[in-house]
Design a protein around this ligand. Sequence first.
Ligand SMILES: *[C@@H]1O[C@H](CO)[C@@H](O)[C@H](O)[C@H]1NC(C)=O
Ligand SMILES: *[C@@H]1O[C@H](CO)[C@@H](O)[C@H](O)[C@H]1NC(C)=O
Ligand SMILES: *[C@@H]1O[C@H](CO)[C@@H](O)[C@H](O)[C@H]1NC(C)=O
Ligand SMILES: *[C@@H]1O[C@H](CO)[C@@H](O)[C@H](O)[C@H]1NC(C)=O
Ligand SMILES: *[C@@H]1O[C@H](CO)[C@@H](O)[C@H](O)[C@H]1NC(C)=O
Length: 761
Amino acid sequence: MTLHTFSLLFYVLAVLCLSVSAANLAWNGHTTPGSDTPSPFRPYYVPPGAKGYDSDSPFVHYSDGWREMHSQAYVGNSLRQTDRAGDYATLSFYGSGIEVFGNCDPYHGIFDVWIDGSLVQKVDAWCNKEYKQQRKYWNFDLQDKKHTVKLVNNPGSTRRRATLDAIVVTRYSDRTRTHSATSAHRSPSPLLLAEAGPTEEWILNQTGTTGVHAMQLAVISPTHALIVDKVEHNPLTINGHPAWAALYNLKTHAVTALSMRSNSFCAGGTFLRNGSMIIVGGNPVVENKTAPSDFGDVDGLQAIRFFHPCDSQSASGCNVYENHARIRMASPRWYTTVVRLSDGSAMMIGGSKKGGWINNATVNNPTVEYFPPKDIKGSNGMPIPLAFLRDTLNSNLFPIAFVLPNGNVFMAANNDTMIYNWKDNSEQRLPSIPNGVRVTYPMAGTALLLPLSPDNEYQPEILICGGSTIDDTKPGYEISSQDAASKQCSRMLLTEAGIAKGWETEDMPDARLMPDAVLLPTGQVVVLNGAGSGTSGYGNVLNQVGASNADNPVLTPVLYTPSAPRGSRFSSAGMPTSKIPRMYHSVATLVPDGRIMIAGSNPNLDRSEKEYGTEYRVEWLSPPYMAKERPQIKDATKQLEFAQERVITVQLPPNAQDVKVVLMDLGYVTHAVHANSRMVYLPASLSADRTELTVTAPPNGMVYPPGPAWLFVVADGVPSIGHSLIIGDGKSPEVDEKALKNVLENTGPDQYEASKSGGEE
Ligand SMILES: *[C@@H]1O[C@H](CO)[C@@H](O)[C@H](O)[C@H]1NC(C)=O
Ligand SMILES: *[C@@H]1O[C@H](CO)[C@@H](O)[C@H](O)[C@H]1NC(C)=O
Ligand SMILES: *[C@@H]1O[C@H](CO)[C@@H](O)[C@H](O)[C@H]1NC(C)=O
Ligand SMILES: *[C@@H]1O[C@H](CO)[C@@H](O)[C@H](O)[C@H]1NC(C)=O
Ligand SMILES: *[C@@H]1O[C@H](CO)[C@@H](O)[C@H](O)[C@H]1NC(C)=O
């Protein structure tokens, strides 16, 4: 074979591999991954790296009363069932996690789970109708060694049925190998440790599991965070199938599954002026071989899903609502960024018209649209083209966007930036990111609008960190998971003088792709998570680790102090190093008590136990202030109108000198984009007896877009616990009925699905 045919063959093979993985990328639960046979989306699943034992495995031992049942609906076509009290089954296994599968129905009673001779849980296998292949018990927290599990049909139960269909053993130990490679990407810079002064201790604590992989994360109440994932085999189930959304209790660590109809794979989100949250866009239904009703999973590309305000401390009655016939976007968007504007409505920016990896001209959706729909210069609700989103192909998905204090929107995509005046649909192009660093998907960096202060008339300053200089016109097979990420942070003051001066750069101690930047109430920024090399996504590049396009996890957070002199803003002093890689699809957010919640990581098509596996464990990073005497907000308003003055009652630490009040939006976090993340200082004066603070609300919705916020009192750098309130009038954003009607009349729901049945792609 000539060299030419060989390289042609290689090319064809590479293209084949790519198209296979591209098709797989959009899997949404209709069939087992890698299979064409439609099957219901059930909880039973053996993740790569785990081991499944069928009920008829010789390693599972039964007492006398069990009967073997046969049906194609059972794992391995067989199931064991007993109606006799005291019957048991045992399995000895090596591993650190176990899952037990069987049926549930109205005849099932309670069974006891014993591990290594101790009763660990009583499981009620009752459910109101029959579901098969259900995960009835799971425990991922065992020590990695030999264990024996014994399942006993509880004699005290009035309902007597017990079934065992299969057992899955998982091995977390494979996933916590030491990541020595990371040090290769560490800067030898001596600055790092010098500046911080006496080392203050940060504590990293791993507690809780999310049950649903945390691809998207947003704090929705004083007690809960919303977690949104894609359709995959999460351990948490709802209505007989795995869940892809949940509420996480920030205090008890309990998780409550939420029912969501459409596939929210790579959606974005924001709160609106009235406190309702919208979760926007996502993934198409790829195959239509079985009825969506089997899965509750419909085309999510144009979806606008509502999560209405829900303060329930038990998460009961909180749910996600969607109805594509009445509420939807005009055009399909996957990887769209959503920001809340100065009028409390939402702007949906860019995205791709269907799933895939890097963007291209065929699938690009280079437009913005609004919810509720707006009529901008005759657009009558329809999407408005933005040249910026065409000019920034290919690495321009999940654009970085922040509302500026004059109401315009800053945007960064690929290696370019601009300011968008949405009212008159005009763009002001800004200098490119220096040194060709690409900062949006799949070369994701992270960004923040730095804290706004009345002391300097709310001058906006943008910080963008990490990303990569990989050539975004290269195909995946010419990119490697080992291609180094960027250390660069770029910062620019968005005033006339600041723009004239341009981007100022500085280096993080570590190169990072897919980092998260989290604002603290102190005005400092914690940069954490991410990888030292590769790109976002999975299944696309050379040298994948498992399926991950990225490698060299960066395990130590770094603190950035914006007000410090350039060159001494970064410090890792006192920072703990995690053992858990947080790669593609990982998230972090500030939570109201002042800690940082860290979750997710899943560079996989479906749940996997192989490196880099699907990560359900949550970590909590406690800044040193958590251990200090905290100021307290004793009483404060639930609503603050713009420019209004209000008195809040506080209890300050005795010798507190420097007392500040800040408003924060904790943002909607996904894919390193912290959309709507924001911090605004409020003018405040302290009463003579130091128990009352008179605070003045932000002047208007451009400084703080109307909607939910968290109020923190910060005394000598130590914040109180956040107090939840609504900024503005709390009313629904204005609806332009004519524009809304025009969108509903002139665009179909689920257009991507419709185009497929019309035979086109
Ligand atoms: C870790 O978190 C758990 C649960 O919140 C708590 O009980 C424990 O005290 C924490 N440990 C440390 C060292 O903070
Ligand atoms: C897709 O599924 C829906 C709902 O089951 C059905 O109405 C529709 O006809 C199907 N389309 C095709 C092309 O099979
Ligand atoms: C554009 O991207 C889509 C989705 O990933 C892919 O199917 C298509 O082949 C790409 N087209 C080109 C010209 O690269
Ligand atoms: C930005 O990226 C484009 C290609 O995507 C490239 O042509 C251009 O030179 C880059 N700009 C800078 C300033 O590096
Ligand atoms: C908030 O406003 C939106 C848009 O008008 C509306 O659809 C939604 O129902 C409102 N939420 C509440 C809780 O009123």
